[in-house]
Design a protein around this ligand. Structure first.
Ligand code: ASP
Length: 326
């Protein structure tokens, strides 16, 4: 008897085949979730940050990591994990984001942040805001509740207020430490931007970054952190990246997107692509800093060309690390 497949069977089966081919590749070792965070990179040496300070930084990084992990374990999404993890780091005065942000040349705090999700390439960013308590949450609202990608200054604050986010007096961001560092302009500039990248159990990637920028920056200067493709990038086909370092170089070399592009077009592994961009291209150009990243299979990279980068990661497999120096 002649066998044939009916049109209706084909109509049902073909979309199923296409759908399953488009799903992120699952390897046996692919973890359920991965979270990587950074708290900035710089050229401070082991002597510049004493043991007690190192302990304090590590404790805060650990705490931040567990906030994100808890959300991921309970089935939360990558964006939810990134928001709450970065909110914690923004509220912690040790880091250069939210409270504890560095000062501009004329003594203000101007904050930048961005978020990107890898499955639809949607993104949101704020730049140069002076009174939004948690800039990463404003970036997320711009992504989810507006038609725009980036808003700056007063307009961004107005939007954040309309979205019910907490607005604070600009004196909230003041910390004695950052004020002193403006006065002294540290000989080895200390960075402290925060970032978080996540692969969640749904196979989705996202990246977020939040910063006060660079100490002594000129009024109105915007760095790489709120710029999609420079300081933040996520794409489910490749990886999610958050950068930290001398922003002007990260913008000119579109660092985050460049790493993703090397993976996409040259089939490079995440680690190789990060190495080429951070330790080759950036070093040759004189750009200092680093990145954290996770790829679609759960591999991570924490690559930097400075002495140190505050960093930590955790995987559902139980692997975990909190580190500062190389
Ligand atoms: N990349 C940030 C900026 O240039 C600073 C940093 O990461 O430390 O604004």
């Amino acid at each position: 008897m002649k066998k044939f497949i009916s049109y209706s069977t084909l109509i049902l089966v073909i979309p199923l085949i296409i759908f399953s081919c488009n799903q992120p590749q699952t390897t046996i070792t692919k973890p359920d979730y991965v979270i990587v965070i950074h708290g900035g990179a710089g050229n401070a040496s082991n002597q510049d940050i004493n043991e007690e300070e190192q302990k304090e930084y590590k404790e805060k990084l650990s705490e931040a990591l567990s906030i994100g992990e808890e959300i991921l374990i309970n089935g939360g999404t990558c964006v939810e994990a990134i928001e709450k993890t970065i909110n914690f780091l923004e509220d912690c005065p040790l880091f250069n984001a939210g409270k504890g942000a560095v000062f501009t040349h004329d003594g203000h705090n101007e904050l930048d942040a961005s978020i990107m999700q890898g499955w639809d390439l949607n993104a949101g960013a704020v730049a140069g805001v002076r009174n939004i308590k948690n800039p990463i949450s404003a970036a997320i609202k711009i992504m989810s509740e507006s038609k725009h990608v980036m808003m700056s200054g007063n307009g961004a604050s107005q939007f954040a207020k309309e979205q019910g986010l907490e607005i604070v007096d600009s004196s909230y961001f003041f910390t004695e430490n950052r004020w002193k560092s403006l006065q002294n302009i540290l000989k080895s500039e200390k960075h402290g931007t925060v970032g978080c990248v996540v692969l969640d159990k749904y196979g989705n990637l996202a990246a977020g970054t939040s910063t006060g920028g660079m100490t002594n920056k000129k009024y109105g200067r915007i760095g790489d952190s709120p710029i999609i493709g420079a300081g933040t990038y996520a794409n489910n086909n490749t990886c999610a990246i958050s950068a930290t370092g001398h922003g002007e170089f990260f913008i000119r070399y579109t660092v985050a997107h460049d790493i993703s592009a090397l993976m996409e077009y040259k089939n490079m592994s995440l680690e190789d692509a990060a190495n080429v961009v951070i330790n080759d291209k950036l070093v040759n150009a004189g750009g200092t800093g680093g990145i954290i990243a996770v790829d679609k299979n759960g591999n991570i990279s924490m690559t930097f060309n400075t002495n140190m980068m505050f960093r930590a990661y955790a995987k559902s497999t139980g692997e975990k690390e909190v580190a500062i120096f190389k």
